[in-house]
Design a protein. Structure first.
Length: 138
């Protein structure tokens, strides 16, 4: 049994991956702030994870007996994947670009805080497992 393969670690792994992807997307938005017709993107993950944890997504899933079968519903314990969404509906500048540097810098700071929190949580869980394995005392 792999101690690092429980649901909380998989959620944290998904959150860290989403945070890494978000960092790339935000820096791409910032790099293209003056590019004509560029449309900003953002990463959607936390709301997908929250809806799955709240049970607002369907928990019904089909049984597949062949790898070629379509997956119906979600697989038990699966973590949603982060997705990149492009905002094509707004315009911020005369060049039809929609990157707002204040928003991007705020998003960048928020993402850094989230990433640090996720890493601290992983470290805490590993420390707790180490303590349990070693018997609690040093």
């Amino acid at each position: 049994m792999n101690l690092l393969n429980d649901a909380s670690f998989r959620r944290l792994e998904g959150a860290i991956s989403a945070s890494n992807l978000r960092q790339q997307v935000i820096t791409n938005n910032i790099a293209n702030a003056d590019t004509p017709y560029f449309k900003r993107s953002e990463v959607s993950f936390e709301n997908l994870l929250q809806s799955q944890m709240d049970g607002s997504q369907s928990s019904i899933s089909g049984i597949t007996t062949n790898p070629r079968h379509f997956q119906i519903g979600s697989t038990a314990g699966s973590i949603p994947q982060a997705s990149v969404v492009t905002d094509n509906s707004t315009v911020m500048n005369n060049n039809l670009n929609n990157v707002d540097m204040d928003v991007e810098m705020s998003d960048l700071a928020e993402n850094q805080l989230r990433y640090n929190t996720y890493i601290e949580q992983v470290n805490h869980q590993i420390k707790m497992m180490r303590t349990a394995i070693q018997g609690g005392g040093a």
